[in-house]
Ligand binder design. Structure first.
Ligand code: HEC
Length: 441
């Protein structure tokens, strides 16, 4: 903690020294947020309402969805009741999580100047601690093993391991390049066959797929993709267009920008990640702020906390209950190479992820001024997104234009479908939209 606060102090001092030239040197922007309009977006629990389900006879709106009708035409202001309905179990949620809420109010403020879009978000977390613990490893007296997991995992449901998964805020942006996103939003990217969705293929099937598997992206599961990336009308996970056809679509701007603020893997270094969706959910070119802290051959951590800087080499299981400080290993800040002879005891815990702001680079590091603070049971996240990142795997935002955004929050130790999502939201840069980013300069 000491080290982290020193780092922040250094940034503040830097900003103070150069306040005239770089008033926005820090991610916690000196914007007078109190003068920026406050909007609220209701996010709701979608369960397994995939693109395929929406077009199926099970969905009364299927025919109109097939013609491109907007979800909100029939579902205006029904997010809360839909979410409550679905989260409690039934057709669209075969495996409900006990006590989970059905919707979430996302408070949004937006502003812009010549350079940047500034966003500020606030939402209440269901848990009484921030979700800052992710991919942790526990020493059992002899070896290290992954510990904890999302609430949907069997071993967590059965109480054998604690719920541990990071809180996240995701933003999808379309500039009109993706047909029907304006009307149907995130649902265009959610399909049968994806992780935790019906019809999930085996990992072997994915690994032997020419595009997704070992000869291609090297994946073993299916993640978000767009209908435009598939060859058949039911947009099957395995009917992927050729790499040449996908590249052409990408050049034409047929992709979604997808950025995620991650409470464990990006927030401790004041960043969000940066990716895009077309044939799969991929990260942009370059290097993410996070990587694995695990040597997969020996299953030992690569780094531990630096006792000289943090006062101890690891966390323990009991720190998890209270919310540990610091929770994250940051290479340039508080990490030391793992010492196998440091006297490890049963119940010692280390993050299985290593963060670095210094090592992050390229288009993957575009969101380098994103700061979240958890206070009084709510996250407040301030996000600076350059209007033009200068990278062709991002959407360029222009003043005077509107864009369709989709928001999602993963709250209270969940991943995949167990999130809250919004219907499409129009954001105007300077004018127009459901939310207008007000002009600062
Ligand atoms: C032509 C009208 C219409 C359109 C357009 C439409 N729906 Fe529906 N949808 C319905 C009706 C009617 C129901 C059943 C009643 C209800 O639950 O609201 C329904 C049910 C649902 C449900 C199940 C709700 C529950 O409580 O179990 C979901 C989820 C859903 N729709 C999502 C969508 C999404 C996402 C879109 C846009 C891609 C969409 N719908 C577009 C009419 C429509």
């Amino acid at each position: 903690m000491l080290q982290t606060s020193l780092r922040h102090l250094a940034v503040v001092a830097f900003a103070a020294n150069f306040s005239a030239a770089s008033a926005l040197a820090d991610a916690t922007t000196p914007i007078a947020w109190t003068s920026v309009p406050v909007e609220e977006v209701t996010l709701f629990y979608p369960g397994q309402s995939s693109f395929q389900w929406l077009h199926s006879p099970e969905h009364p709106g299927a025919r109109m969805v097939g013609r491109g009708t907007a979800c909100k035409r029939c579902h205006r202001d029904s997010e809360r009741s839909m979410g409550n309905d679905i989260v409690s179990g039934g057709l669209l949620e075969p495996n409900p999580i006990d006590g989970k809420k059905g919707s979430l109010q996302l408070v949004v403020q937006a502003a812009h100047d010549e350079e940047n879009l500034y966003l500020r978000f606030r939402w209440k977390t269901q848990a009484e601690r921030p979700g800052v613990m992710h991919n942790y490893m526990r020493y059992d007296g002899q070896a290290w093993a992954f510990y904890g997991g999302p609430r949907s995992a069997k071993r967590v449901r059965q109480g054998q391991e604690p719920p541990l998964y990071e809180d996240r805020l995701a933003i999808m942006i379309d500039d009109g390049g993706v047909q029907r996103f304006a009307e149907q939003g995130c649902w265009l990217s959610c399909h049968t066959g994806m992780r935790d969705m019906p019809g999930e293929p085996t990992s072997e099937a994915v690994r032997s797929h020419p595009y997704l598997g070992e000869g291609g992206l090297g994946r073993s599961d299916v993640r978000k993709y767009l209908p435009a990336s598939r060859t058949d009308t039911s947009t099957s996970w395995d009917k992927v267009k050729s790499p040449e056809a996908l590249a052409k679509l990408k050049d034409k701007g047929v992709f979604l920008d997808l950025m995620q603020w991650r409470a464990a893997r990006s927030n401790p270094v004041d960043m969000a990640d940066d990716g895009f969706v077309l044939g799969y959910r991929l990260f942009d070119e370059g290097k993410n702020p996070f990587s694995w802290n695990v040597d997969r051959d020996s299953m030992t951590p690569k780094f531990m906390f630096d006792p000289k800087k943090v006062g101890r080499k690891s966390l323990t299981v009991s720190d998890i209950e209270t919310g540990p400080e610091p929770a994250a290993l940051i290479r340039e800040d508080n990490a030391a190479p793992y010492d196998p002879d440091a006297g490890w005891k049963e119940g010692d815990v280390l993050p299985g992820r290593l963060l670095s702001r210094v090592d992050a680079r390229g288009s993957a590091a575009d969101n380098s001024r994103v700061t979240g603070k958890w206070e009084d049971g709510s996250w407040i996240v301030t996000w600076v997104r350059p209007l033009d990142t200068g990278h062709d795997d991002d959407i360029t935002l222009k003043r005077g234009n509107t864009y369709t955004f989709g928001f999602a929050v993963h709250d209270d130790n969940v991943t995949t479908r167990f999130h809250f999502v919004s219907f499409p939201v129009v954001v105007g840069i300077g004018l127009g939209g459901d939310i207008t980013a007000v002009r600062l300069d």
